[in-house]
Design a protein around this ligand. Structure first.
Ligand SMILES: Cc1ncc(COP(=O)(O)O)c(C=O)c1O
Length: 464
């Protein structure tokens, strides 16, 4: 089927399914009407908003969640990649209960926090770590420490990647096609398209103009661009920050040798290499991307799955860089390393998310990805699946993506039709086309089959 017909068909499905969704979620609608009076867009974070209103959840257990209308779903949303332990895992519940009885906050480091730090250092092969409360804080603090250690202000990031909502890295995150920067030399004229970098465009209003010049944009999977940039500007650049696997645009894996080339370039030019493992760290392997791709950054940032569902973040790496925390780089926070998150995180990392668990998550992921790929092939759709441990996705472009600009060639109409279709058939998924599924240790093969069956019906309906 040609693409325009496919889009028209997807729009038809979206409309029909959206009407059905609205009809069966009157309590979500009522809660939205109440919420929007006191919470902008009726939610606590912009990422939780959806049109015309979000599905509000009430509870979760195992692999399932229930919305306020009482509908049961198999949860593949996974709290944006947090819930690799699933919901109400007995070991996590027990750990949290213990803390609730003994004091949930002191703003003093406890033994559990020390044990969690040891578990993180061992797991990710790093010298030292500091705990924070979110992925945003983790990348923000890692960047500050890198700048302190190098004495250099500018930072290189990858076009299309998200590292949280602090100002320094909130540039060119999912830029619209018509605002994409041209390639140009840093400090040169925009019309000079021969250089290594892309123009940085702020992703939010409210970012001071004075910061625009300090965040330099390069494409993913292009070590030559970084090399060219470093040749002329390394004396101004303190850090290169990237997700080793891009997970803000579906999933884009690094080309063989790319991550090692970045490490070598950073070593050569005195730039701190920071891996943002906020999404990868607890999902794609026991030791995250560091283990899966065998490349050690100077610093890395974690969050999400690390806390077993509790509020957490962490960053750490080489001792000779982390020592700047004790030499004037401000790193603090009232809730850092709090007993609740430390206890849940420690049990998650040492008792639930074990090496064996990742073998199982990988098997389940492959079952899911292969099932979806079969459905895509049978319906002859311009799409492909990515299978990466507890993470995976369907991307609506025939060929795999290599960088952000490839993502702009995906067909969002197909994603939006699939989202409403799936949610109406008991599959809870992330609402944005840049997200992925998350598999939990509590998912069963039956849960996966439910996803594959619903998706297969969708692709048949689309191709009909
Ligand atoms: C790669 C990456 N880094 C950082 C963040 C920010 O994490 P948080 O939402 O916990 O601040 C996110 C959030 O989705 C992320 O995906």
């Amino acid at each position: 089927m040609d693409v325009e017909r496919l889009k028209a068909r997807a729009d038809e499905i979206s409309q029909k399914e959206a009407a059905r969704l609205l009809e069966r979620t009157p309590k979500s609608k009522a809660l939205f009407e109440r919420a929007v009076k006191v919470l902008p867009r009726g939610v606590a974070s912009n990422f939780q908003a959806n049109d015309p209103y979000p599905t509000y959840l009430e509870r979760g257990s195992g692999s399932r969640v229930w919305d306020v209308d009482g509908t049961e779903y198999v949860d593949f949303h996974g709290g944006f990649g947090v819930n690799v332990v699933g919901h109400a895992h007995p070991k996590i519940v027990e750990a949290i209960r213990r803390v609730a009885d003994r004091g949930i906050h002191f703003a003093v480091t406890t033994e559990a926090t020390v044990a969690l730090a040891e578990a993180i250092c061992e797991r990710f092969n790093i010298d030292q770590v500091r705990m924070v409360n979110s992925g945003t804080e983790a990348t923000m603090d890692a960047l500050r420490v890198a700048r302190a250690a190098t004495g250099k202000d500018r930072v290189v990031k990858i076009e299309g990647s998200y590292h949280g909502h602090h100002d320094a890295l909130l540039f060119s995150v999912v830029p619209e096609a018509d605002t994409l920067g041209v390639r140009h030399s840093v400090g040169g004229e925009a019309a000079d398209t021969s250089g290594a970098a892309y123009t940085s465009t702020p992703t939010s209003k409210g970012i001071p103009k004075s910061m625009w010049n300090d965040t330099i944009m390069v494409p993913f999977n292009d070590a030559e661009a970084v090399e060219e940039l470093f040749r002329e500007h390394a004396d101004e650049i303190g850090a290169l920050v990237l997700e080793p696997v891009m997970m803000n645009v579906g999933i884009i894996v690094p080309k063989p040798g790319y991550l090692q080339a970045l490490r070598d370039l950073c070593d050569k030019h005195g730039v701190v290499l920071i891996f943002d493992e906020v999404k990868c760290g607890g999902t794609i392997a026991y030791g995250g991307a560091i283990e899966r791709y065998g490349v050690q950054p100077h610093l890395a940032a974690w969050a999400k799955a690390l806390g077993g569902g509790s509020v957490i973040g962490a960053f750490g790496g080489d001792a000779n860089i982390m020592e700047w925390v004790a030499k004037g780089a401000a790193q603090q926070g009232t809730f850092n390393g709090n007993p609740l998150s430390a206890a849940a995180g420690l049990v998650a990392l040492t008792e639930v998310l074990t090496r064996d668990a990742y073998d199982e998550l990988g098997k389940m992921g492959t079952l899911l990805a292969e099932g979806c790929q079969r459905a895509i092939d049978e319906a002859d759709l311009p799409a492909h699946t990515v299978d990466l441990g507890a993470k995976g996705c369907v991307s609506y472009r025939k060929e795999p993506l290599t960088n952000y600009r490839d993502f702009l060639e995906t067909i969002p109409e197909l994603f939006y039709a699939s989202f409403t279709w799936m949610v109406n058939r008991g599959i809870f998924m992330t609402p944005g086309d840049g997200e992925q599924w998350t598999i939990a240790v509590q998912h069963s093969e039956d849960d996966v089959r439910k996803y594959v069956d619903a998706f297969g019906e969708f692709t048949q309906e689309l191709a009909r």
